[in-house]
Design a protein around this ligand. Structure first.
Ligand code: NAD
Length: 250
């Protein structure tokens, strides 16, 4: 992998826009389960029930208790060396006048906790909730301590501000994500199974627009055959090594 990391750092050097798309695998080493791994959330829970509007409306208290627990888990979790390396890469590249963005499918806030600044959350955030009637947004801390489910001052049911199955992605975030995919010189996917659409279309958009496509994952994904660099390994191991290579080459 040494040689590949070095060649990738050489590609990043003249690049103007560098983009990283992260998924649940990025947070695994921080103790947050993924969806599809064998010990992932799918294997433990009926996710259609917890992560859908129908599920919320059918049993709001149960679904809210589940999200409260996910939120508390995320709040307790610490960024791993991969999150920290991405924050360091961002600082280094911005310092050299480059544009750097993380597009994340994760809702756990760990990139921001690690110090990353340009983070586009395309599936929402566990740190926020919003009223289904008037749209007022709340900090999660302000709604989970009373009785669940929480209600807005307007009387509407409050929901977690995350994207449920079958819902469209937030418009502004998706626009930004597509902009970055279209303009990336280097597009890195890290810890994502690349099967959840429309997020999974972003690497294809980037590749079609001429980006160097990179995958960081512990196993193959549908994207692997399309990639220019395949860095087989853990998020928390590969990204710090990439940071070192960029630091040495730039
Ligand atoms: P996924 O569960 O479908 O895939 C996880 C991927 O990460 C797999 O390809 C797996 O091989 C890889 N992986 C596992 N451990 C890894 C490691 N240590 N290093 C590198 N790669 C590793 O996740 P997804 O692609 O993000 O899609 C699932 C959806 O689940 C997303 O929409 C996301 O919003 C949601 N989700 C989010 C969180 C979170 O916020 N942390 C957790 C679970 C699910």
């Amino acid at each position: 992998m040494e040689q590949e990391l070095r060649s990738l750092a050489e590609k990043i050097k003249p690049s103007k826009v560098i983009v990283v798309l992260t998924g649940a695998g990025a947070s695994k080493e921080s103790g947050i389960p993924t969806f599809r791994d064998k010990d992932g959330l799918w294997s433990q829970y009926d996710m259609e029930r917890f992560a859908s509007l129908d599920g919320l409306l059918a049993d709001p208290r149960r679904v809210w208790e589940w999200y409260r627990d996910r939120y508390l888990e995320a709040k307790r979790a610490q960024p791993n060396p991969g999150h920290k390396a991405l924050a360091e890469i961002e600082a280094l590249l911005r310092n050299r006048g480059k544009d750097f963005a993380i597009i994340t499918q994760n809702i756990d806030g760990l990139h921001q906790k690690a110090g990353s600044e340009n983070v586009i959350e395309i599936h929402g955030s566990l740190y926020r909730a919003k009223c289904m009637e008037c749209g007022k947004t709340y900090a999660m801390d302000d709604v989970i301590n009373g009785s669940l489910p929480p209600y807005c001052e307007c009387g509407g049911l409050i929901r977690p501000d995350v994207v449920f199955f079958g819902e469209p992605l937030p418009e502004r975030e998706m626009e930004m994500a597509i902009y970055y995919a279209q303009n990336a010189d280097v597009f890195i996917t890290a810890g994502t199974s690349a099967v959840v659409y429309p997020a999974a279309s972003l690497p294809y958009i980037a590749k079609d627009a001429g980006a160097v496509l990179v995958e960081v994952n512990v196993e193959d994904t549908p994207l692997t055959p399309l990639c220019d660099f395949v860095l087989r390994g853990r998020f928390g191991e590969v990204l710090p090594r990439l940071y070192d290579e960029i630091k040495n080459s730039i």
